[in-house]
Design a protein around this ligand. Structure first.
Ligand SMILES: Nc1nc2c(ncn2[C@@H]2O[C@H](COP(=O)(O)OP(=O)(O)OP(=O)(O)O)[C@@H](O)[C@H]2O)c(=O)[nH]1
Ligand SMILES: [Mg+2]
Length: 174
């Protein structure tokens, strides 16, 4: 018999949380994306205001995936989504150092909510001029912490491989 896991996918604005859940989900995701009307509209058209939900079976296990909103003004959702989570994934955008300081704080915030395994994932590795994994790790203060994994959230195989590593971590910690 497999296990069922609740996993929260978090990170700052525009790092690829919705894409990550959408790419791997076995069902069409439930999303709460709304048109951006403020100055962030130049970055993209829509942003998550409450959550993304999808699920995927990996081997015998079922993963319920909850993407958080990235903008701090929707941070009231974080507590709700983190309730009874088994693990969290912190995504960062490899193509810009912007947001890495906030990502560092997010790791602390989510670790504080619950003592569960977590993984730090450098997304958008397909882009040009990206930061090295070592640089991202250093900026997040994780030199002595967990390894930073590479990911391309628009590629299903890549997301699958991240979740397989998380599965391994969860099996080890149970
Ligand atoms: N090239 C590339 N683009 C990506 C990747 N992951 C996400 N994107 C793009 O980055 C943009 C932001 O992705 P989203 O999934 O909306 O990001 P988000 O973290 O959910 O954003 P918020 O909910 O607004 O915080 C979209 O245009 C995605 O298609 C990736 O691995 N590579
Ligand atoms: Mg989103």
């Amino acid at each position: 018999m497999g296990e069922t896991y609740k996993v929260v996918v978090t990170g700052t604005f525009n790092v690829g949380k919705t894409e990550f859940v959408r790419t791997i989900s076995d069902i069409p995701i439930v999303s709460t994306e709304k048109r951006i009307t403020d100055d962030l509209a130049s970055t993209k058209e829509e942003t998550t205001v409450a959550m993304d939900y999808g699920h995927v079976r990996i081997g015998d296990d079922l993963f319920h995936l909850y993407g958080t909103p990235g903008q701090p003004r929707f941070d009231f959702m974080w507590d709700i989504l983190a309730k009874e989570m088994h693990a969290f994934i912190l995504l960062v955008d490899s193509s810009t150092p912007e947001g890495l300081l906030s990502a560092k704080q997010l790791i602390r915030i989510f670790n504080h909510k619950s003592d569960v395994p977590f993984m730090v994932v450098a997304n958008k590795r397909d882009k040009h001029g990206i930061l090295s994994i070592e640089e991202i790790s250093r900026r997040l203060g994780l030199e002595d912490g967990p390894p930073v994994l590479s990911c391309v959230a628009i590629d299903k195989t890549s997301v699958h491989s991240v979740l397989e590593k998380l599965q391994h971590l969860l099996h080890k910690s149970s």
